[in-house]
Design a protein around this ligand. Sequence first.
Ligand code: CMP
Length: 146
Amino acid sequence: PKEQTLAVIKPDTLEEHKDEIIEQVQDEGFTISQMKETVLSREMAEEFYKEHRGKPFFNQLVDYMCRGPCLMMILSKENAVEEWRAMMGPTDPVEAQEKAPDSLRARFAKDILENSVHGSSSQEQAMEKIKFVFGDIAVGPDGALQ
Ligand code: CMP
């Protein structure tokens, strides 16, 4: 059965590597069920990352995410959550370069804050974030919109 995840290309990386990332996502067998470019308001970014509220990097994270348009994508594939996380690589690009040199973060992240891409960490979180970003939309078992 196909699964959905929310993938985000962050502002700096969207400006620099949009087409090659979209192409690679498709080459890896993901269906892009929905995609939109959005400039997040501070309020939206704070809500999107509410799990990180109170952390020392929270305000910088919100600044970073609001700097320009992000590309939000619903990706569908078997094990989409895990597969997209594997494509991203570890949060910290230093670790990514060591452990997953072909990953997106190894290639495009500038540092642990400006780490180029985001992905949901569980199916539950994916459903919550998809609803937050795209509203109530239905995605069928083949990854297509209903
Ligand atoms: P992301 O996977 O989108 O989830 C939370 C984000 O916070 C993370 O990517 C980074 O952009 C940022 N982040 C996580 N840990 C740190 C850290 N230790 N210092 C600065 N930024 C961080």
